[in-house]
Design a protein around this ligand. Structure first.
Ligand SMILES: NC(=O)c1ccc[n+]([C@@H]2O[C@H](COP(=O)([O-])OP(=O)(O)OC[C@H]3O[C@@H](n4cnc5c(N)ncnc54)[C@H](O)[C@@H]3O)[C@@H](O)[C@H]2O)c1
Length: 327
């Protein structure tokens, strides 16, 4: 059945894979994004792209949408620390007013991109959805608070919260600041890989599986709700480096780390409702290597979220002091 879907942050790394997939499945999609890193979405008769900031939803109507997918946020730990006030405004306060708008428009389904990093440091062999949240960074804390806000609306719409692992693999809006992608391009560029620490365990998910996961929830949203972990390979960073090294021949250099985050996601709940991942970290590494060798992937400055945000003074809205939170 065709659905009318509104996606915030749809021009980002994840959105650039999710949006084309939903279009291919026959849905109508409206993307709302500041386009901080550009817009690489294909033209499509069922796609409408709006440039805007979720902190200012004046003039945006969610009437007639079946589903909203909320991806827009400051999207990792170091970029969340660049301007913590802005991080809280975008990721939490704007999420509140977006939820209010969705509820007011009687949107039936709300799918939220949280993060597996909300669990913080955990030695638990299996971190399930019931594990206590101990967020460490501003980014993790804003993700947890946004979840709590949305849960207070779960009598207004069917709420699905996805807590994905770190995503890996190719996207038209590429990110070279996520572990697998970063290590692979480092190896290809320099023929060596610097690993900080290496013993930290991180869960991973291939971006194609991640996109399929959103499509899966859109297809099953009247049957499913609640929180779902989404990560299928819990690997030490050094293990990822070893896969990259085997594929590229790059030498591994280990340095000390000041990033203690280590956690293992258990996604049995997601598997039990019928979702099946198809790809692996090794697939992502191979695909990045192939794209690099055929010049389809280059190390562009906007693929590095933090330095791109710093050099471009993002957000410009803040800089000009024009912006006020307003629905
Ligand atoms: N990539 C991962 O490994 C990962 C893992 C877990 C969770 N997530 C979450 O998934 C979501 C998408 O992540 P991504 O990797 O695609 O990041 P991304 O930075 O590539 O995409 C975020 C998009 O949101 C847009 N955006 C930012 N602030 C906005 C605002 N105020 N109004 C409108 N648009 C805004 C940006 O322009 C960008 O296109 C984020 O919420 C992130 O926290 C990502």
């Amino acid at each position: 059945m065709q659905k009318n879907i509104f996606i915030t942050g749809g021009c980002g790394y994840k959105g650039s894979k999710i949006v084309p997939l939903l279009l291919n499945l026959g849905h109508r999609v409206t993307v709302f994004d500041t386009m901080w890193f550009g817009n690489f979405l294909p033209k499509h008769s069922n796609l409408k792209i709006l440039k805007g900031d979720i902190r200012n939803l004046r003039g945006i109507s969610l009437e007639g949408f079946d589903t909203v997918i909320h991806l827009a946020s400051i999207a990792n730990d170091p970029s969340g620390d660049l301007d913590p006030t802005q991080t809280w405004e975008i990721s939490v306060l704007a999420t509140k007013q977006f939820a209010e708008k969705a509820a007011g428009a009687k949107v039936k389904n709300f799918i939220y991109a949280s993060s597996g990093s909300v669990y913080g440091l955990s030695d638990a062999p299996k971190v399930t959805e019931t594990e206590e949240l101990v967020p460490i960074s501003t980014y993790n804390k804003t993700k947890m608070c946004a979840e709590r806000i949305l849960q207070s609306y779960d009598d207004k719409f069917n709420l699905i919260i996805i807590r994905p692992a770190t995503v890996c693999g190719l996207s038209p809006r590429m990110r070279l600041d996520v572990a697998v992608n970063m290590l692979t391009t480092q190896a290809l560029e320099n023929n060596n890989i610097t690993v900080l620490g290496g013993e930290q365990v991180r869960p991973n998910i291939h971006i194609d599986d991640l996109a399929n996961l959103y499509a899966f929830f859109v297809a099953n949203e009247n049957k499913l709700n609640g929180v779902f972990n989404a990560g299928f390979e819990n690997l030490k960073i050094i293990d990822i480096a070893n896969i990259v090294s085997k594929k590229t021949g790059a030498e591994i250099v280990v340095e000390t780390s000041n990033d203690p985050r280590s956690y293992r996601l258990c996604s049995d709940k997601l598997l039990s409702v019928g979702f099946k991942p198809k790809k692996t970290v090794a697939d992502a590494i191979s695909e990045i290597c192939d794209a690099w060798k055929t010049n389809q992937l280059k190390n562009e400055p906007q693929w590095h979220t933090v330095s791109w945000m710093q050099t471009n003074n993002l957000s410009p809205e803040n800089k000009k002091n024009e912006y006020k939170l307003s629905a």
